[in-house]
Design a protein around this ligand. Structure first.
Ligand SMILES: [Zn+2]
Length: 89
């Protein structure tokens, strides 16, 4: 029982660490969905930057990585969002 608890604690640390990446990737997908929603309502045009989504109220503030607050990068040509800390394939 005690051993089981220790194992859980150990794995919790690992899960917590990788959970940050999972949260970050989920954030990126959410932002991209917001970009697509913008595109739908702007005649197929992508926002020039994520600041347009902040100014338009679609995003509450400029999105940042939950790990250390790094700002996400956005490609206005593709509408893709990426994090320097947690790149996705
Ligand atoms: Zn990140």
């Amino acid at each position: 029982m005690i051993v089981g608890c220790e194992k859980q604690t150990g794995s919790y640390t690992t899960v917590h660490h990788s959970g940050m990446a999972a949260t970050c990737n989920a954030n990126q997908r959410t932002i991209e969905a917001t970009v697509q929603a913008y595109k739908m309502t702007h005649g197929g045009a992508l926002p020039a930057s994520l600041y347009e989504l902040v100014d338009g109220g679609q995003l509450g503030s400029y999105p940042r990585c939950p790990e250390d607050g790094t700002r996400y990068t956005y490609n206005p040509a593709t509408g893709k969002v990426s994090c320097p800390n947690h790149p996705r394939n």
